[in-house]
Structures are given as structure tokens and as C-alpha cells.
Design a protein around this ligand. Structure first.
Ligand code: NAG
Ligand code: NAG
Ligand code: NAG
Ligand code: NAG
Length: 388
């Protein structure tokens, strides 16, 4: 492109002397001769350019977009490394899902980064709109700005009103309606993953809801996740009507009954698994067609798919604590009167679990579902309850 720009501008310069020649006729002969030569040269250049241009006339429709797109790529300065390393400055884009997933599936083949990469955790908030626990999360994030990024998926019509000082400001991604138990919910999760993948520094991806709270301070959570050999996604083989009972024979041979898994949708996965989910075109159509309510696809698609593809990378448990003990279709919600020392002690002293194949009592880093009215109480006691 550079050389083309050069020839355009030198053509402009050649025009000026020719104008001068026409208006200044009282010059001595040798100079005048020189001027004529220059004029001829100028005309020659213009003429040869015109010839070149008209000879391409038939192809003009092809040539113009090429020139335009070269201009655009120059303007965006895609040629320097920073533009590949730095996160997009604006989360809004006009890619549709097909284009976004394609773009997000790019993976460098050289595994060593030629720059200092500080791996970040992407916190992906899936909500219909408001984030009532935002002030608590902001306190949690404070001081760790280099180690996290935030993405928020809402109803498309929802406009959040975070102040520029908030960690959530400008973090809404282009969203679409997502229905619980439907494929549109998995689409929303893939959309969150894809947007977060556009930042090359995001290494771990956590899905949380508006009713989730962190149970530890940031350093503990970062260390726990970054040092784990496994990704934390619930994945178990459940006999009975709510597990294997939801399997549909038409999914084979891609998915056999022995591969069928169930797990809560609130996952933590690493970058490799995030790319696997975003690029999947093998299992997606099967689940879309054959796992419809009462098969709740958001409980089966990712656990089953990842268990088939990468069983060795999964911890098979979720980091998000939830209480199903009251029974029914929904887990218990906790308000401000429920959140006492005893409540948190019960979570922390529960059943031990495995961390990097060693038993530990620290099994949960997040909890749901917490009611909005608990916010003030939590803010007041956050250092006692949550350590931040
Ligand atoms: C996105 O746009 C492309 C090109 O117009 C089209 O082929 C594709 O079907 C679109 N995808 C969606 C999900 O709308
Ligand atoms: C996080 O919590 C741990 C344990 O409670 C504590 O030792 C550590 O100092 C805390 N870190 C920060 C940055 O507050
Ligand atoms: C399912 O079973 C069929 C036949 O036994 C086999 O060919 C296929 O590879 C299995 N699929 C998976 C994902 O293991
Ligand atoms: C998780 O389950 C898969 C099989 O479903 C198994 O291969 C893998 O070892 C399990 N992960 C851990 C950490 O036990």
C-alpha cells in the first residue's frame, strides 16, 4: 500500500509544474525546453496511468473493494503486535454469532508467547439485567485489575447504568434472549466465552449469575484456579429419569448413553476447553435437535461434550455451592437473615473434596443463590464472612 500512496502523491506533484508552464511563457529557451520536457513527462505519466486504469475497467468492481479493504487494514494498524495482544478497547462489535465464534476459535500454534503474558480470569455474568451484588463484587475485584476481566450478558433490551468508576462499566456484550433449559441458554454461554476469548490474556473462564457471591478473597480464588490441573465443571453419570432418562437414542453415535453426563451450568474452564466449546459443530446439532425440555440442555451439553473430548482435564465438580436440600425444581435462595457465621461455617466445613488429587476442605469458591436484600448485610460483614 505504501508504494501506491507514494505514486499517487508524486502524480499530484507533477501536476503543479505543468500549470506553471502554461502561465509562465517568458522564459529563456533552454529552460522552456526543459519545461516542455517536463510537461510531456507529466502527460506521459497521466496517460499511462489512465491506460492502466481503463485496461482494468472490466475488473473495476473487484479492484475497488481490494483497495478499500487495504486502506481499512492500514487504518486499523493490524500490523503491530499490540493490536493482537491488547484486549479490544470496546466490547461492542457487529459480528453475528457465526462470525464471532469463528473469530474466537483462533488459536496460536506457537505455545510460547513472545511477550510477558499475565493470565487473567474472565468472570462472565449471565443475568437478565441488574447485578444486585455488584458492590460486593467490586470490593472483591479492587486492587487486582491486571488479573481479571468482566463480561456481562443480559437481555438485549437491558441498559446497565454503571458509573465509569465501576468494574462493570462498559462490560456488557452484544446479547440475545436466553431461556432457561433451552439451547438459547447455551448460545448465551458460548457468546460469553467467545467474547472473552477475544482477549488473549484470558486463561480461565468462570460463569456466574446475578445471585452468585464470591466466598474467598481474590488472591485465594486466583491461586486456587490458576494452580489447578483440572477445570471445575460438574459432570456425573446419573441413573434415573433426571439423568440417563433424558438421553435420546438419536444422539448416537456421536453421543452414547455411557457418555451422557449431567452437571450444573456454573462452570470454570480453561482456555483450551473454552475454544473447544466455541468451535464445536459435532455435538451442538445433536443437542439442539434431541435435547429439549424435559431434557434441560444447559445441564447436559457441556458436561457430556467435554467428558467425551477431554475427560482428563475435568475435576467433575463445580466451584459454586448451592443448596438443593429443600427439594423442588429450584435451589434455595438465602436472604439477609440466613447469612450468619453458621451459614458460612456449614459451607466451609462440608464434605471434603479432591484438589489436584489431594483431599481438601476448600471445595467452593462461590455460592448461590443469594437474595438482593442480603447485600448490605454482606457488605457490612464481608471481611468476617468472606475474607475481603
Ligand atoms: C452471520 O452472517 C453470515 C454472513 O451474512 C451468515 O452467513 C450467517 O448465517 C449469519 N449467522 C447468524 C447466526 O445469523
Ligand atoms: C486473603 O485471605 C487469606 C486467608 O484468609 C489471607 O491470608 C490473605 O492475606 C488475604 N489476602 C488479601 C490480599 O487480603
Ligand atoms: C458410540 O458407540 C459407537 C458404537 O459402539 C462407537 O462407534 C462410537 O465411537 C461411540 N461414540 C463415542 C463418542 O464414544
Ligand atoms: C472426571 O471424570 C472422567 C470420566 O467421566 C474421568 O476420566 C476423570 O479422571 C475424572 N476426573 C478426576 C479429576 O477424577
Amino acid at each position: 500500500m505504501q508504494s501506491r500512496v507514494g505514486s499517487f502523491s508524486s502524480l499530484e506533484e507533477a501536476k503543479d509544474p505543468s500549470f506553471k508552464i502554461i502561465h509562465q511563457s517568458n522564459r529563456p529557451f533552454p529552460l522552456r525546453f526543459l519545461q516542455y520536457l517536463l510537461l510531456l513527462l507529466g502527460i506521459g505519466i497521466v496517460f499511462s496511468f489512465l491506460c492502466m486504469y481503463t485496461s482494468r475497467n472490466l475488473k473495476v468492481q473487484n479492484v475497488v473493494p481490494v483497495i478499500q479493504s487495504r486502506f481499512q487494514s492500514c487504518a486499523q494498524e493490524r500490523n503491530n503486535l499490540e493490536s493482537w495482544i491488547n484486549p479490544p478497547s470496546n466490547l461492542l462489535h457487529n459480528m453475528n454469532d457465526t462470525e464471532l465464534l469463528w473469530r474466537a476459535s483462533f488459536v496460536p500454534n506457537i505455545k510460547q508467547y513472545p511477550f510477558k503474558r499475565t493470565p487473567k480470569i474472565a468472570f462472565m455474568f449471565l443475568t437478565r439485567g441488574p447485578l444486585p451484588m455488584a458492590p460486593l463484587w467490586e470490593r472483591f475485584f479492587k486492587g487486582n485489575e491486571k488479573l481479571y476481566s468482566i463480561y456481562v450478558h443480559t437481555l438485549p433490551s437491558y441498559k446497565s447504568d454503571f458509573l465509569p468508576s465501576s468494574a462493570f462499566y462498559g462490560r456488557q456484550i452484544p446479547s440475545q434472549v436466553a431461556e432457561w433449559g433451552e439451547m438459547s441458554m447455551c448460545d448465551a454461554e458460548r457468546r460469553l466465552l467467545a467474547n472473552a476469548l477475544l482477549d488473549i490474556s484470558n486463561e480461565w473462564f468462570i460463569l456466574v449469575s446475578e445471585a452468585c457471591i464470591p466466598l474467598q478473597n481474590f488472591s485465594i480464588i486466583y491461586r486456587y484456579i490458576s494452580r489447578s490441573r483440572f477445570s471445575f465443571i460438574g459432570s456425573f453419570d446419573e441413573p434415573g429419569p433426571y439423568g440417563r432418562g433424558r438421553y435420546n437414542e438419536n444422539m448416537s453415535p456421536e453421543v452414547n448413553i455411557t457418555d451422557w453426563r449431567k452437571g450444573s451450568q456454573w462452570f470454570e474452564i480453561n482456555r483450551k476447553l473454552a475454544v473447544d466449546i466455541v468451535q464445536d459443530s459435532i455435538y451442538y446439532p445433536k443437542f439442539k435437535q434431541f435435547c429439549r425440555p424435559a431434557c434441560y440442555v444447559d445441564e447436559h451439553y457441556f458436561p457430556t461434550m467435554l467428558t467425551i473430548e477431554s475427560p482428563d482435564l475435568l475435576a467433575n465438580r463445580s466451584l459454586t455451592w448451592v443448596d438443593w436440600s429443600r427439594g423442588g425444581a429450584h435451589p434455595a435462595t438465602f436472604g439477609k437473615n440466613d447469612l450468619s457465621d453458621d451459614f458460612f461455617k456449614k459451607i466451609f466445613d462440608g464434605q471434603p473434596c479432591l484438589y489436584n488429587n489431594q483431599p481438601t476442605s476448600l471445595c467452593f469458591l462461590f455460592a448461590r443463590k443469594i437474595a438482593p436484600n442480603a447485600l448490605d448485610h454482606l457488605l457490612q460483614h464481608s471481611s468476617k464472612f468472606l475474607g475481603f
